[in-house]
Structure formats: C-alpha cells, structure tokens
Design a protein around this ligand. Sequence first.
Ligand SMILES: [Zn+2]
Length: 89
Amino acid sequence: GYSRLTLRDTRSRWGSCTADGGLMYSWRLILAPPAVLRYVAAHEVAHLQEMNHSAAFWAVVERLYGQYEPPRSWLRENGAGLHRYRFGE
Ligand SMILES: [Zn+2]
C-alpha cells in the first residue's frame, strides 16, 4: 500500500511520488477529465515499481491504464507536466 497520500496545490505539477512510496496529487486534477485522473493514478502507481521514465516504466503504465498517449497529451496541453523527479537527492 501507500505510505502517504497527500493533496497539495502544486502549480508546477499534477502529481508526484517519493522514493519511499508516498503519492501526491494536485487538487487541480479535479478539473481534469476522469480518464486523465485514471492515467495520473496509473502513472504514479507505476513509479512505485519503476522510479524513472524508462521503457520498462511505460510498459507498466500501459499494463495498468492502456493507451496512455491521449491523457498524456491532455496534461501537456493543459499546463504543467505530471511531475519532476529528483532521484538521488
Ligand atoms: Zn512520472
């Protein structure tokens, strides 16, 4: 399970997660279509397995969500990226 689930008003990202398994989502996702919400959830859960954006990571996203390009494009076109990771800091 998740060690944390935090909601924040982050202007620069829609969601993020931490190396210890905490998940964070922006409340702004309330404004997003349901498919985008599902995509963000799948994206973050996939990061619990793959803490990067490698091909292996995207394979997990596809397994969890399916065709992720439409919601990914929506997020790109509607503001901030999903998140930024700072691994190893
Ligand atoms: Zn990511």
